[in-house]
Design a binder for this molecule. Structure first.
Ligand code: NAD
Length: 324
């Protein structure tokens, strides 16, 4: 079962931080489609106003332009809120190596402010974005909660710190927190542009424009690419999870493994173009292989992802063909 039949108490209000971004805007849309109210808090630093404009006319949608680094903003945004889905953060491993101080302020202090604001406002569940990067250099596959290695980047450190802070808020203040360790999410509205863009939308756009994509390394690195629909399901199910599993973090992926080079040639075939990639240097801080054990999320959140990589990539390609 996906998420479309899930029921929440009448009058529930969801706060999505980072709601103008890729994952956040999809969460806002899913909540509206289920018939509940959603408030989006975003500073539009990496998110897009057009992801807000999509819903501005909807009576159950509210947008606050604000920064989670500011505690007062977080406190106001949490007023009357039932569930928080905290997505606001800066992504990108290489950018975090360039800007460690900003990542600490934005991704750690920002989430800590949101935890505090949720606590003070009696929020029922605090679901937040963590990342597969917390596994660092742990070599064993599949990645399993409780078996983490040394962190490879400031970005990964921020996500690990968020998990530890969330644990403290569950332990000392009884706030039900659930960390979702996303594995390479892709799908509609993911930004294809800029130096720090994710690989799937970037390659699709380049191939559609007749440009040659650059693969960092030899292309034999692998990823558990996760379609956005699975991530929506995980967030909504975490909002309904039992309190006994609060304070934990869960792998959110499909549980598959695609080599980058195979993904590349799959795109070539699907887009019906001929283009050989350029191979560039490996990026510092990148993980070589990534594949998730999702049994904890299945057992404790009732997560049961329906979208394989292939099913998701077909839908994503169609979306980019008409929306780029
Ligand atoms: N996309 C992935 O593959 C992936 C993988 C692992 C974890 N994550 C995490 O999921 C979350 C969402 O990622 P995304 O891919 O949608 O990225 P995104 O950049 O599209 O969205 C993040 C949003 O947060 C907003 N934001 C950033 N800092 C803010 C601040 N201080 N105050 C208010 N808003 C702020 C941005 O403007 C943007 O709209 C992030 O926490 C990210 O670290 C994403």
């Amino acid at each position: 079962m996906g998420y479309k039949d899930l029921k929440f108490p009448e009058g529930s209000l969801f706060l999505v931080t980072g709601g103008a971004g890729f994952i956040g805007s999809n969460l806002c849309e899913a909540v509206l489609n289920l018939g509940y109210k959603v408030r989006c808090l975003d500073d539009l630093s990496t998110g897009k106003k057009e992801n807000v404009d999509l819903f501005l006319d909807h009576p159950d949608y509210e947008f606050i332009k604000g920064d989670i680094k500011d505690l007062d903003t977080c406190l106001k945004a949490c007023e009357g809120v039932t569930y928080v889905m905290n997505e606001a953060a800066w992504g990108s491993v290489p950018r975090s190596i360039e800007m460690p101080l900003y990542y600490c302020a934005n991704n750690i202090q920002g989430t800590l402010n949101m935890l505090e604001a949720a606590r003070q406002n009696g929020v029922k569940k605090f679901v937040y974005a963590s990342s597969s990067s917390v596994y660092g250099d742990e070599p064993n596959l599949p990645k399993k909660e409780g078996r983490e290695g040394n962190l490879l980047s400031p970005y990964a450190l921020t996500k690990r710190c968020d998990e530890e802070w969330a644990k403290q808020y569950t332990k000392h203040y009884g706030l039900d927190t659930y960390g979702l360790r996303y594995f390479n999410v892709f799908g509609r509205r993911q930004d294809p542009d800029g130096a720090y863009a994710a690989v799937i939308p970037k390659f699709i756009k380049q191939l559609l424009n007749g440009e040659r994509p650059v693969i960092n390394g030899d292309g034999r690195q692998s990823r558990d690419f996760t379609y956005i629909e699975n991530v929506i399901e995980a967030n909504l199910k975490a909002c309904l999870a039992p309190s006994e599993y609060a304070g934990e973090a869960f792998n959110i992926a499909y549980g598959g493994r695609e080599y980058l080079i195979d993904m590349y040639y799959g795109l070539i075939r699907a887009l019906n173009v001929e283009m050989e990639p350029v191979f560039g240097p490996e990026r510092p801080g990148d993980i070589r292989h990534s594949n998730a054990d999702i049994s904890r999320a299945k057992a404790e959140l009732g997560y049961d992802p329906e979208w394989s990589f292939q099913r998701g990539i077909n839908e994503a390609i169609e979306w980019y063909k008409t929306n780029l």
